[in-house]
Design a protein around this ligand. Structure first.
Ligand code: CA
Length: 238
């Protein structure tokens, strides 16, 4: 199969698993407008059927579902597939729970979510699913630092850092574009569950991240402060 690159979505298939019909329709509309194809499931059982039958390129998965709940759907998908899964949830606590379980979702969106943000995250998850030479799609490597999305673990020279879910998401986001200066607001958006804290919370997480890096024998200057802007994860061997 050789899909024609007609738009940004390039005909990639997104399985939308969402039991709120209006929301599901809206999401499908936006995705199709961007050139994606879509399938929709309104319960967990149907989601698994469609997943096997349609072989989607990405799954957008609501957690609160009839019949089989979203966590179970994710568990069963992960038993056989590395397909990118973006979780939709109504509660930030569910994100922490999932991260704690190391379930291997690629991203998390807390409702209500804007169409723009949803599309952006879908595209990022699809880009990241393209295998990188010498590295699994789920492990980002920056110098001695490894960000392992499967295990939800960050390692420095092989030593795992004990990170909170927010710290993990923060370093994961930075590791996607090493060397790039990232504004606090973007880090906030990427790492802190919606409506959870002030932008300042990012600073506190960075302080803790650096301490943990140091404790693992790493150089805390790997995460450099850019005054008045944000932070940058240095792209150098260390
Ligand atoms: Ca629901």
């Amino acid at each position: 199969m050789n899909p024609q690159p007609n738009a940004q979505g390039r005909g990639q298939l997104v399985l939308v698993v969402e039991d709120e019909a209006t929301l599901a329709e809206t999401i499908e509309l936006y995705l199709r407008h961007e050139g994606f194809r879509t399938e929709r499931a309104a319960d967990g059982e149907r989601a698994l059927e469609l997943f096997r039958a349609a072989r989607p390129d990405l799954v957008l998965l609501d957690l609160g579902l009839p019949k089989v709940d979203g966590m179970e759907v994710l568990r069963r998908i992960r038993a056989s597939s590395d397909v990118p899964v973006v979780i939709l949830t109504a509660r930030t606590e569910e994100v922490d729970e999932l991260l704690g379980l190391g379930m291997g979702a690629d991203d998390y969106l807390v409702k209500p979510v804007s169409a723009r943000k949803l599309l952006a995250r879908v595209k990022v998850a699809l880009r990241r699913s393209v295998p990188v030479e010498g590295a699994g799609p789920e492990v980002l490597r920056v110098g001695a630092l490894e960000v392992d999305a499967y295990r939800v673990e960050v390692r420095y020279a092989g030593t795992p850092l004990e990170l909170t879910p927010s710290e993990f998401k923060l370093v994961q986001h930075m590791a996607r574009t090493p060397g790039r200066v990232i504004e606090r607001a973007e880090l906030y958006e990427a790492a802190i569950p919606d409506g959870d804290a002030l932008e300042r919370a990012v600073d506190i997480h960075v302080v803790n991240l650096r301490r943990k890096l140091r404790e693992a024998g790493g150089d805390e200057r790997l995460i450099r402060t850019v005054r008045g802007r944000g932070y940058v994860l240095e792209d150098r061997a260390a």
